[in-house]
Design a protein around this ligand. Sequence first.
Ligand code: C2E
Ligand code: CA
Ligand code: CA
Ligand code: CA
Length: 274
Amino acid sequence: AKAAGRGTAIVFEEGMDMVVQDQHALEMDLKFALQRQEFELHYQPVVNLTTKAVCGFEALVRWRHPQLGLIAPNRFIPLAEETGIIVALGEWVLKRAAKDAMAWPDQIKLAVNLSPVQLRQGSIVEAAAAALRSSGLASSRLELEVTESVMLAGAQSREALETLRSMGIAIVLDDFGTGYASLSYLADMSFSKIKIDRGFIAHLPTHATSRAIVGAITNLARELDIEVTAEGVETEEQLLILKAAGCTHAQGYYFARPKPIDDVECEWNASVKP
Ligand code: C2E
Ligand code: CA
Ligand code: CA
Ligand code: CA
């Protein structure tokens, strides 16, 4: 039994080694991925449930790794944040997305995700301004999505957000409800929009608590005159509950998965109209 125990420990350590090596190799590749033009943006529509029209797209970055194929952001964004690569990557995302959005009709908004590291680092205002300038995109068409963690990041991040807002850019509070003090953040800063975290939507309609939370968030948003988008809507059942709760915007596989720019359709496909 003792020998087997030791054997298990060795196997475990080897496994750990592989994970570390894997991360290290990925980190090396990540350093060159930008200049090798291996990143691409996919776009997922946001639907206005009242007008039943697409009102915007969220840009979601992917890494087309030469050996590993398409890598999802959850696998490389944390690494990009640790290494600081996120700053240059974030600038690229803003520029690319703003340029892409110029091909869409004027009423279609563009949402871009920001990392707390970008906000802390201090060049985000200039990066956003540069993206708007080089593309010609109106600032009123740009939405920047931040998570609650930025509210913990200190005064500099908060000031950057205020400056972006004064430029006419909308600031969206993403993954709402997952932090520790979501409600107090709403009082501290004025957001243009909140996005209800996918976790709550996933548990509709069976989970009574999620249902109640979604209802409460929607009511609160209405009282505060903030738009609310439900993310991760996958079924018609979820959509009906959200509409009944008074949710005005939605996003999710039920409508469309994120797609490369060439496959983006601003006109809504009649067969999946909400
Ligand atoms: P997020 O901002 O909360 O984005 C929503 C995620 O949910 C996306 O995953 C999207 O593809 C996925 N999703 C949308 N609808 C559904 C649905 O109906 N069901 C399910 N199961 N998933 C759905 P993705 O593209 O893998 O992105 C993951 C996260 O990576 C994003 O979460 C965001 O935090 C981060 N991210 C993506 N692009 C960027 C970027 O350009 N910069 C930064 N800093 N972060 C990014
Ligand atoms: Ca987002
Ligand atoms: Ca989200
Ligand atoms: Ca998220």
